[in-house]
Design a protein around this ligand. Structure first.
Ligand SMILES: [Mg+2]
Length: 267
């Protein structure tokens, strides 16, 4: 891809691209207006397994941007879709995770188990009520042969006062206890990207990933054969690119600069 206006579809990270904390980043409305007017399909993609498509829809509505729930792909939904591709219909699953993970699995037809017995897969997603009991059920099921799947590998996330343990920390704990290797669905692993591209009905080389984080958004896109654009409105600064070994195809100051480049294709 020589220029962003050649992209037939976009995958869009949210935090650090569309908003930061509670604040929308400049140019959100014009960016989506440009995508709509050019009929460029997109998916908002997130590693956050507690997020629901409706929450992203509502949030963007607050900026006057209308999107549909099917234009959001969370790691919870991608995990359920992945399991559909590898397990028999209606298989038993033991899940650690909050409502979004549980409903994604149930909507995909899986039987959620209360304990480790007969589980064909273990899903580990972020859960603010994680416990020794839940981790033990997961570990026992995995040792009995259940497939071990993590929604996303993020080991920590910022809260007031510092970093809190993220889902990746739970996955690592269970990995350490069982010596089993998990399948990780979220960025930077390729599964979420592959599903997103498939949902858009495109090929990886026709698709552009927009993100603010080198080691997830940009590295993951590269691994999946997808072009990437780094936006400097989030966690990565221009100085961090050198020496990272990760090379975004395009770099933009902000959404306004990206939108201008998308529009340049019209001239
Ligand atoms: Mg981000």
């Amino acid at each position: 891809m020589d220029s962003v206006h050649q992209a037939r579809g976009l995958l869009i990270d949210m935090d650090g691209v569309l908003w930061r904390g509670r604040t929308f980043l400049p140019g959100v409305q014009n960016f989506f207006a440009a995508l709509r007017s050019r009929n460029v399909p997109f998916l908002l993609v997130t590693n956050n397994a507690t997020a629901s498509p409706d929450s992203a829809v509502e949030r963007l509505a607050g900026a006057g941007v209308a999107i549909e729930p099917h234009e959001v792909l969370t790691s919870a939904l991608a995990t359920a879709a992945y399991l559909q591709s590898v397990l028999p219909q209606g298989a038993s699953v033991y899940a650690i995770g909050e409502e979004a993970v549980r409903s994604a699995l149930q909507d995909a037809g899986f039987q959620l188990q209360d304990g480790h017995d007969s589980a064909q897969a273990v899903v580990v997603g972020f859960d603010r009520e994680i416990s020794w009991y839940k981790m033990t059920q997961a570990a026992l099921a995995i040792q009995a042969g259940a497939l071990f799947v993590g929604t996303n590998p993020d080991v920590s996330f910022p809260i007031e006062g510092g970093q809190a343990p993220g889902n990746g920390a739970f996955v690592l704990a269970i990995e350490a206890a069982t010596s089993a290797k998990p399948v990780i669905v979220g960025k930077p692993e390729p599964l979420l990207f592959q599903q997103a591209v498939e949902r858009l009905g495109l090929k990886p080389e026709q698709t552009l990933m927009l993100g603010d984080r080198l080691e997830t958004d940009i590295l993951g896109a590269q691994r999946a054969g997808i072009a990437s654009a780094l936006l400097l409105t989030g966690v990565t600064s221009i100085e961090q690119i050198d020496g990272s070994g990760i090379e975004p195809d395009f770099i933009f100051e902000d959404l306004n600069a990206l939108t201008a480049a998308l529009q340049a294709g019209l001239n």
